[in-house]
Design a protein around this ligand. Structure first.
Ligand code: PGA
Length: 252
């Protein structure tokens, strides 16, 4: 039985005042959470502030990105996996479509980052997903297979017992357009079947989150699908009540 997992991706939002208000709201309602793992991923600059503001052990911390380089050194502007670990992070989002599209991150860089994160003891939240054009031109499954295989060939199937996958159709991110539960389930089942070709036991245990315009009003139906094990939440994770409502919708 997979335990559902909901993570909030704050992206580049917030200030100390905003985070104090948001985390105070989360602290006051964290006691309601049961049967679901929950994490929040603030901008790296605010991870430490967020950690000091969190008064509950129920909500874990994650980062949104990290350096590909495993060792410290002359890498101006970068932050390493071990630094995230030192700050108290348990998770790191890797391969988000915004990193791929805006910053040109390649499959091979992402695969290396997944390995570096694992080596540092972080759990990667590894994102895959197709654009609208790829979906409409019928190459959705091959795009997702390529993204998956890049990581599989670097870290191997066994490592997927320590990796969370997030399926995020690019056309559903921040657009208010959500994949229907059936559309999402089809891709989640496809991802699991690709992993099952290599190791059915590991495939069965991998948590696969859905991300893309998840809101309190659509979360329950999405999370009710057999292969959807929670969500990666952008916009709605910036509101404590909405985020808690989404977490509660994933509870088993
Ligand atoms: P959204 O973002 O919930 O705002 O669509 C999800 C994500 O990009 O992780």
């Amino acid at each position: 039985m997979r335990k559902p997992f909901v993570a909030g991706n704050w992206k580049m939002h917030g200030s100390k005042a905003f985070i104090l208000n948001l985390v105070t709201g989360l602290n006051s309602r964290a006691g309601e959470l049961e049967g679901v793992d929950v994490a929040i991923c603030p901008p790296s600059l605010y991870i430490d502030f967020t950690k000091r503001t969190l008064s509950t052990g129920v909500i874990a911390l994650g980062a949104q990105n990290m350096a590909e380089e495993p060792h410290q050194g002359a890498f101006t502007g970068e932050g390493s996996a071990s630094m995230l670990k030192d700050l108290g992070c348990r998770y790191v989002i890797l391969g988000h479509s915004e990193r791929r599209a805006i910053y040109g991150e390649t499959d091979s860089e992402i695969a290396n980052k997944v390995q570096v994160a694992l080596d540092a003891g972080l759990t990667p939240i590894f994102c895959v997903g197709e654009t609208l054009q790829e979906r409409e031109s019928g190459v959705m499954k091959s795009v997702i297979s390529t993204q998956l295989e890049a990581v599989l060939s670097t870290v191997g199937i066994a490592a997927f017992s320590s990796i969370v996958i997030a399926y995020e159709p690019v056309w559903a991110i921040g657009t208010g357009v959500t994949a229907t539960p059936e559309q999402a389930q089809e891709v989640h089942a496809f991802i699991r079947s690709k992993l099952a070709e290599l190791d059915p036991v590991i495939a069965e245990g991998v948590v696969i989150q859905y991300g893309g315009s998840v809101k309190p009003g659509n979360a329950k139906e999405l999370f009710g699908q057999p292969d959807i094990d929670g969500g990666l939440i952008g916009g709605a994770s910036l509101d404590a009540d909405d985020f808690i409502a989404i977490c509660k919708a994933a509870e088993i």
